[in-house]
Design a protein around this ligand. Structure first.
Ligand SMILES: Nc1ncnc2c1ncn2[C@@H]1O[C@H](COP(=O)(O)OP(=O)(O)OP(=O)(O)O)[C@@H](O)[C@H]1O
Length: 264
């Protein structure tokens, strides 16, 4: 009998009027509203400190906004979490690299949400961990302690954890930082495959030059959402100047020239 793999359901992310203030009274996000369309790769772009990680953490349910509402696939965040709908690739500085776990263990953590309290991996868990390691080319490093990896290998290990988790919505916080060009290209190819499989992907990146080569849509953020839409309409010099406030036009020209070279 032939078995068919069920398609990934297309899920959106809806952020409605979200404000977040940290304990030090710092307003990190103010009235932020945006939509991540289902089955797209959407770039989240803004300068340092503009609230990108805060928005990710609000979507993941790691922090509770002071105001507003986030829904994933129409569900409140906690329900979406319980159903394992979202997977998250954190920024490198959010991880304790001295923690005595191997790459294999980290990827297996992506399966914890499916296990009982004893956390005994099933055959399916082990199979998914290995196939996720394979997809990111990390099988040879499976027994390494996570602190003994290069920057690019660390990113790939956490991307494998997200794959093992089978989240339909994948959030990646600056996955290209400290990654060489070849690894970045490999990761972009994988993101394009995941999109073709129906995943919804939100990615923050400071690599402005590559955005127009693989992102369908862009959200521009600086404490609030300044613009969102299709990359061709939204990722414009004017919008970037507004978002980065004062980034010299010559620097922007370099960014666009580099993007054109990459796209050609
Ligand atoms: N845990 C925290 N406690 C207090 N303030 C915080 C905390 N995390 C972030 N902030 C502040 O909130 C604002 C938004 O930070 P956030 O990390 O979301 O920005 P970002 O766009 O992800 O920055 P980067 O590009 O540098 O990673 C910044 O002013 C930051 O200093």
């Amino acid at each position: 009998m032939q078995t068919t793999v069920p398609p990934v359901p297309h899920l959106d992310i809806s952020v409605d009027n979200v404000s977040v203030t940290y304990n030090n009274a710092r307003l990190a996000l103010y009235n932020a509203s945006c939509t991540v369309e289902p089955g797209t790769i959407t770039a989240l772009v803004g300068p340092n400190g503009s609230g990108k990680s805060t928005l990710f953490k609000s979507i993941m349910g790691f922090l509770q906004p002071n105001q507003g509402r986030v829904r994933v696939g129409g569900l409140p965040v906690q329900k979406a979490q319980k159903r394992q709908l979202m997977a998250y690739v954190p920024q490198a500085d959010e991880v304790d690299w001295n923690f005595p776990v191997s790459v294999y263990d980290v990827v297996m953590m992506g399966r914890y949400g499916y296990m009982n309290l004893l956390r005994m991996p099933s055959q399916k868990d082990r199979r998914l961990v290995m196939s996720s390691l394979e997809r990111v080319g990390m099988v040879p490093y499976r027994d390494r302690q996570i602190g003994e990896l290069s920057g690019g290998q660390k990113k790939r290990a956490f991307l494998a954890r997200a794959l093992a988790q089978e989240g339909k919505v994948i959030l990646l916080d600056e996955p290209f930082t400290g990654v060489d060009v070849k690894t970045e290209k490999g990761m972009i190819d994988l993101l394009l495959q995941l999109r073709a499989e129906g995943h919804t992907i939100l990615i923050s990146t400071h690599d402005l030059a590559s955005i127009s080569t693989f992102c369908d849509r862009v959200i521009l953020l600086n404490r609030t959402i300044l613009a969102e839409g299709k990359t061709a309409d939204t990722f414009t010099k004017e919008n970037l100047e507004m978002t980065f406030g004062g980034l010299p036009i010559t620097k922007l020209k370099q960014v666009f020239d580099a993007a054109e070279v990459r796209a050609s």
